[in-house]
Write a protein that binds this ligand. Structure first.
Ligand SMILES: [Zn+2]
Length: 416
């Protein structure tokens, strides 16, 4: 394959010259127009200065063109680098208008369904956050324009679904952060390839380079990874606290309870139970209560009092009678009889009405569920066997996923 040669010096303008001309041009634009536009132009000039600061700091010898900065209202990205702008101009950095101008409070990251980071519109330090985005775009620009691996970057990383956040981008972020993090008073945290499956083994649990420079400033470990253990969750808590202090209140951690229904407009038909169940579950998740379990207990106690509990267990394929437990083949072919009291708690007969995995081993009580699931796997002779025989599933993948979720829930309990 022939290597692509990249020559982007189409304007033959030096960085400094271009900057001077562009500034003069903007100044003429600013003269006879409204205040908003004057402010916007001042903000764009600030962007040039910050770009120049980062360029001198991290790419003093690179042949970089002075980029066009633009700030439109559209798009969801806070910053974006393009080798070619919409009017054909080379090397364009776009900074979203509301983000640059602080016209509204902006959610800059969602940490969980109820927690988010918000950049406050009127805070005097808010541009510190925007400044970091300019550095992110500069790295894209460098990799396209001036890096010795530019051709490789363009051919291998840009067109992919990780939008230029591959191994070359991650390596640059790490090179910069090894200097930047200590300078800002932070411990160095590496970033990984945007696709976790492509990441280096050592960095696989680290934040994605797609969120450079903010992601790794706020988190030591990837918050989207459900397998983080107690000490990693603790490191993340400390890192978040440090980053919030670094931004001096410009970024705020906002916690809001999920929309919670506090009354039950009960539909008087057969869907009543489903509606109540969903509402209780939503309330539990938002308020950290345990209403669903209490609800289940109340129903079971009532059924027991009425003598209808056994009937129900039969109906869902769960029998308390030992005769119903079928022998399962053991590892060496010998017959193993499962004992109901200490052994499997799932029904052993295959029945389409069998409860789903997640209901059988509820995540609301992860410790007990994990204990039971492990006992059941052993009794069934493996994950796949348990899934096939007890739940009618084709393989053990659902079970593996649920096991992961249970372990993550336990880790969170430990950390709490
Ligand atoms: Zn990017």
């Amino acid at each position: 394959m022939t290597q692509l040669t990249i020559s982007r010096s189409v304007l033959h303008t030096s960085t400094v010259e271009f900057k001077r001309h562009f500034r003069e041009y903007l100044k003429t634009l600013a003269k006879d127009i409204d205040t908003n536009r004057v402010e916007l132009i001042e903000a764009l000039e600030w962007c040039f200065d910050r770009w120049e600061y980062w360029r001198q700091k991290f790419y003093p010898d690179a042949e970089l063109m002075f980029p066009f900065f633009q700030s439109g209202r559209r798009g969801s990205e806070f910053g974006h680098y393009s080798t070619c702008g919409s009017s054909g101009q080379p090397s364009v950095i776009h900074i979203k208008r509301s983000f640059l101008m602080g016209t509204s409070d902006i959610t800059v990251a969602k940490l969980s369904p109820t927690k988010k980071l918000v950049l406050l519109k009127d805070h005097p330090d808010r541009l510190k956050f925007v400044d970091q985005t300019i550095l992110h775009e500069l790295v894209h620009q460098y990799l396209h324009e001036a890096s010795p691996s530019a051709a490789e970057y363009e051919s291998s990383e840009s067109g992919k679904n990780y939008k230029g956040h591959g191994p070359l981008f991650a390596a640059e972020c790490n090179r910069i952060n090894e200097t930047l993090h200590p300078e800002l008073g932070f411990e160095f945290v590496p970033v990984r390839h945007m696709k976790r499956s492509h990441a280096k083994v050592n960095d696989v649990q680290r934040p994605s380079c797609a969120h450079f420079t903010h992601g790794e400033l706020f988190h030591a470990w990837d918050i989207t990874n459900p397998d983080l253990v107690g000490w990693q969750i603790e490191e993340n808590r400390q890192r978040l606290e440090q980053a919030l202090a670094f931004y001096g209140g410009a970024v705020e951690l906002v916690e809001e309870a999920a929309e919670v229904a506090t009354d039950f407009p009960a539909p008087f038909d057969s869907s009543c139970a489903e509606v109540c169940h969903q509402q209780l579950l939503g309330y539990d998740q938002a308020k950290d209560t345990d209403l669903v379990t209490a609800f289940h207990l109340a129903v079971l106690q009532q059924m027991q009092a009425a003598g209808t509990l056994d009937e129900l267990l039969d109906a869902i394929g769960h029998s308390t009678a030992p005769a119903d437990i079928q022998p399962a083949a053991g590892e060496n072919g010998q017959t193993v009889i499962a004992i109901p009291e200490s052994g499997p708690t799932v029904p052993t007969s295959v029945d389409s009405r069998l409860p789903a995995l997640t209901q059988e081993y509820p995540i609301s009580d992860p410790v007990a569920s994990l204990k039971r699931i492990e006992a059941d796997i052993t009794a069934a002779g493996g994950k796949a066997a348990l899934c096939k025989n007890q739940f009618g599933l084709k393989d053990g993948s659902s079970l593996s996923r649920h096991l992961k979720a249970l372990k993550a829930a336990i880790a969170q309990l430990v950390a709490a």
